[in-house]
Design a protein around this ligand. Sequence first.
Ligand SMILES: Nc1ncnc2c1ncn2[C@@H]1O[C@H](COP(=O)(O)OP(=O)(O)OP(=O)(O)O)[C@@H](O)[C@H]1O
Length: 470
Amino acid sequence: MTDVARVMIVDDDRAIRWVLERALAQPDLEIETIERADRVLDRLLENPPDVLVTDIRMPGIDGLDLLARVQEVHPDLPVIVMTAHSDLDSAVASYQGGAFEYLPKPFDVDEALALVRRAVAHARERQRPVSVPEGLDAEIIGEAPAMQEVFRAIGRLSHSHITVLINGQSGTGKERVARALHQHSPRAGKPFIALNMAAIPRDLIESELFGHEKGAFTGATAQRQGRFEQANGGTLFLDEIGDMPAETQTRLLRVLADGEFYRVGGHTSVKVDVRIIAATHQNLETLVEDGRFREDLFHRLNVIRIHLPTLAERREDIPRLARHFLAEAAKELATDVKVLTADAEAHLTRLAWPGNVRQLENTCRWLTVMASGREVLIEDLPQELREVDSAEAVAGDWRSAFRDWADRALDAGHTHLLEEAVPDFERILIETALKHTGGRKGEAAELLGWGRNTLTRKLKTLLPALAEGE
Ligand SMILES: Nc1ncnc2c1ncn2[C@@H]1O[C@H](COP(=O)(O)OP(=O)(O)OP(=O)(O)O)[C@@H](O)[C@H]1O
């Protein structure tokens, strides 16, 4: 595939073709629109696209028929099926027919574009040779001490087939680390299959994981391999494992124990050898306590744990990451590489980044398209990043550091966290307020929003040395 991805749009409705063509008018996408589904197969043979977007209801061949035929000739081509907004049945049927995704109409143009981009990325993924030379694919940037810990863990695990659980907020690079673990493992030449529990409708998860036999349910027109079979010999990455439904947890536990399973509707067991890497942004211990995650499954997965820090906890990596993403975006969009001025770089380094590395990556892509010159100034940044004042940045910073503290404390088995944290929290605020007022307690109480008596009482318990003289 070249850098420009080809997208084919099939719809009998001229207005929809027009809207989609405008929505997808991007330098790295080439759009072809087709009015009649029966023309598509010929075009597929002549000049196959990288992604196909089709309406579901059309005269003659409808979207689901088309999907079935496309699957025969081009099983790897991602197909996005457009359905009416409330039509859950068609949505389910399109998944069961092997669609990559469905797009409910009316759609938001940004949503349509994001979905097509995801399908392009997926197609690229599929076309990549399975055996990836070491280190080439999953370059992970990270000089910060917390990332060095992660690298060390990847290194230590490189001869092992052990199950790993990756913890970290959304966008911190969990999937990237999972890929790196795979590529640096004895399974490197075998498939790496990723599946996000939060992204699949609940009733399709089992068939997605374990496959199904022909006729297992309405719409199961052919036998289908599940992700477990596809990952045989390699690694299965289960993202957002905390969202896995209870029944599936039970089945997964059984597969992990027995190394075999039944396809949905099947009677013969299938044996597999799959390494599991799971990831979550949630606290699995809490889910276990609340009865939402099986404790025995948790223990099976929680053999080795890798914690990924938020981007705010590794600010020193921001300049290198930004340069890397600007270079990548320029390659992707076939344009010149943008360069951050020292001011812009310092500004980016101070921001809170609640969306973590993914948000930085998206910002760099945005800058590559939107910044007018080759040099990127603070003024070129998107509005919401330009206007953040440093107090807010600092606030974002301590909140994520605090969140991380809570994560670690829970990981280490602490309980009664409020008892541990609240006194510290109050003590720090009191000390800072007193510093600002030169030790005058009445004014400090006001700065804190407390009455003077409350401050006196708090000082006695929290900072007895300062309470003297009261
Ligand atoms: N250290 C890194 N170096 C280079 N690229 C990175 C790094 N960390 C993350 N990325 C990139 O940032 C994006 C987000 O990472 P990834 O998808 O791995 O995050 P995630 O934690 O799995 O997110 P989510 O939980 O939302 O699925 C990806 O495009 C990934 O390639």
